[in-house]
Design a protein around this ligand. Structure first.
Ligand code: CO
Length: 135
């Protein structure tokens, strides 16, 4: 354990075609989907592939104004964010604020799989979009 971060929860990869991405992981690595969920509020559909106690999260936009749609337009497919597991999302988010970091979510909110999450802005976080995930 490393301070407030207890584990890697997931590595999120933005893709244009979720089914094609899942085909790639299945055909190449024999990987199967553990969980699939439409998150209306974020305008995304995600599929989770379990790797030990962590996940690969394949993420695709469901509408044009989704942040992931904008990301794909700018950057193309690829690494979108890293989810770090924490014991208490509010405590970890406050630690980011106390350190002068920029947050996207001012307060923890519901994530997929019944988790509680908050996003930290890549500006001020070494260029990486960070998601704090409390199970
Ligand atoms: Co995520």
């Amino acid at each position: 354990m490393s301070g407030l971060l207890t584990e890697i929860d997931h590595v999120a990869i933005a893709v244009r075609d979720l089914d094609a991405a899942l085909d790639y992981y299945r055909d190449t690595f024999g990987a199967t989907v553990d969980h699939r969920e439409l998150i209306e509020s974020d305008g995304v559909e995600e599929a989770l592939i379990k790797v030990a106690d962590s996940y690969i999260q394949l993420l695709t936009p469901t509408r044009e104004d989704s942040p992931v749609a904008k990301y794909l337009e700018r950057n193309g497919e690829g690494l979108h964010h890293v989810g770090y597991r924490v014991d208490d999302c509010a405590v970890a988010l406050q630690a980011v604020k106390d350190a002068g970091g920029r947050v996207i979510d001012e307060a923890p909110r519901p994530g997929s799989r019944g988790t509680t999450v908050a996003f930290v802005h890549p500006k001020g976080a070494l260029g990486t979009l960070i998601e704090l995930v409390q199970e």
